[in-house]
Ligand binder design. Structure first.
Ligand code: ADP
Ligand code: MG
Length: 350
């Protein structure tokens, strides 16, 4: 199967400043892709190059194998939900939703029927005649979504569409987006800086940093085995130890962190500088088979989180964060020895 979207050797510079480095990125039909990265990393620019709102400085954009690099947005089989929704305040909801169809010269009867169908799809049945000012933020968001879906795009581009909603509504809309995506079969490209949102909706997360792709893969893989230190830190909290490889054999390396020597899975030449990364929930209070010891330390700060206790421990002068089970009943000042499964430690080249 050919790719639905393909960016081939694409880059973007504004007035000589590169904001997207030369990259390749392909997306499958029916895939839910999330572009995840901090503000200013180039997510919107990437989205706009797919939608036709920004022209690449170099490279080509293909949709279903056809080059669209020089096509305007309306000539592409894409639709965009902008960050600010960009609804027309003077138009009824029906006309807002039907707008893209009007641009495509769809007859009025047909486009209003489609608008009614789309409003129903996003839970706003019967709202056709209302004005934009009569809606809450969540309802506006739905209208923007209905408008984008009305043109039956092959690719739906969503730029931080849930950013303005409160947490409960955001969660609900995340689930609805996934349902809508599964039903429509369209490829969704969704931009966010929220890693929890990315994990809950994505088939594949693309971690973007400074106009480059740091990592790309299914949420669990990117979370558990991030390809770079940036990806490890952006996907959630990580304990990071710096060290140097002192031995390498049989798919394992021995790393000297200055405080201790830790054997982990992976390959990196002797003498190379590395980071070891571990999630807080991967630090353990008791040894495990095929595990490693991380040293003895003292509990410094504890906070009860309901499902677990978040705990800072000082081990050999290094602050480590762990999620201890509530049943461990840790106390500040208590001495603990920390362990981890060898397979959980992520080895990253520095
Ligand atoms: P993100 O969506 O990840 O926050 P953007 O793609 O909007 O990032 O922006 C990436 C970089 O490109 C930023 O440094 C931003 O200031 C710059 N940029 C974006 N659009 C323009 C533009 N039209 N003109 C000049 N610089 C821009
Ligand atoms: Mg943006």
């Amino acid at each position: 199967m050919s790719d639905r979207v393909e960016l081939r050797q694409v880059s973007k510079a504004y007035e000589g400043v590169t904001v997207v480095e030369t990259l390749d990125l392909a997306m499958k039909a029916g895939e839910f892709v999330v572009l995840l990265g901090p503000s200013g990393s180039g997510k919107t620019t990437l989205l706009n190059m797919i939608g036709g709102f920004a022209n690449p400085s170099a490279g080509q954009v293909f949709i279903d194998g056809e080059e669209v690099t020089d096509l305007p947005p309306a000539k592409r089989p894409t639709a965009t939900v902008f960050q600010d929704y960009a609804l027309f305040p003077h138009m009824s909801l029906a006309n807002n939703v039907a707008f893209g169809l009007r641009m495509r010269q769809v007859p009025k009867v047909d486009r209003l029927a489609k608008a009614a169908e789309m409003l129903k799809l996003v839970g706003l049945e019967g709202y056709d005649g209302r004005g934009v000012h009569q809606l809450s933020g969540g309802q506006r968001q739905r209208v923007a979504l209905a408008r984008a879906m009305a043109v039956e795009p092959k690719v739906l581009l969503l730029d931080e569409p849930l950013g303005a909603l409160d947490l409960a509504l955001r969660r609900q809309m995340q689930e609805e987006l996934v349902r809508l995506q599964r039903r429509s079969g369209a490829t969704f490209v969704h931009v966010t800086h929220d890693q929890e949102e990315a994990m809950s909706i994505a088939d594949r997360i693309v971690v973007v940093n400074k106009g480059r792709i740091e990592d790309m893969g299914p949420p669990d893989r990117v979370y558990l085995k991030p390809a770079s230190l940036f990806a490890a830190k952006f996907m959630g909290e990580s304990n990071v130890l710096a060290g140097r490889v002192i031995e390498q054999s049989g798919g394992e390396v021995k790393v000297d962190t200055g405080q201790s020597v830790i054997v982990v899975r992976g390959d990196s030449p002797v003498g190379s500088a590395v980071h070891l990364a571990l999630r807080p929930e991967q630090l353990l209070l008791a040894p495990v088979p095929d595990g490693i010891g991380l040293g003895r330390g003292r509990v410094e700060v504890l906070s009860f989180q309901g499902t677990h206790c978040r705990c800072h421990c000082r081990v050999d002068g290094i602050d480590l964060v762990l999620r201890a089970p509530v049943s461990a009943s840790l106390m500040p000042g208590q001495e603990v020895t920390l362990y981890a499964a060898k397979a959980d430690v992520v080895l990253l080249r520095r």
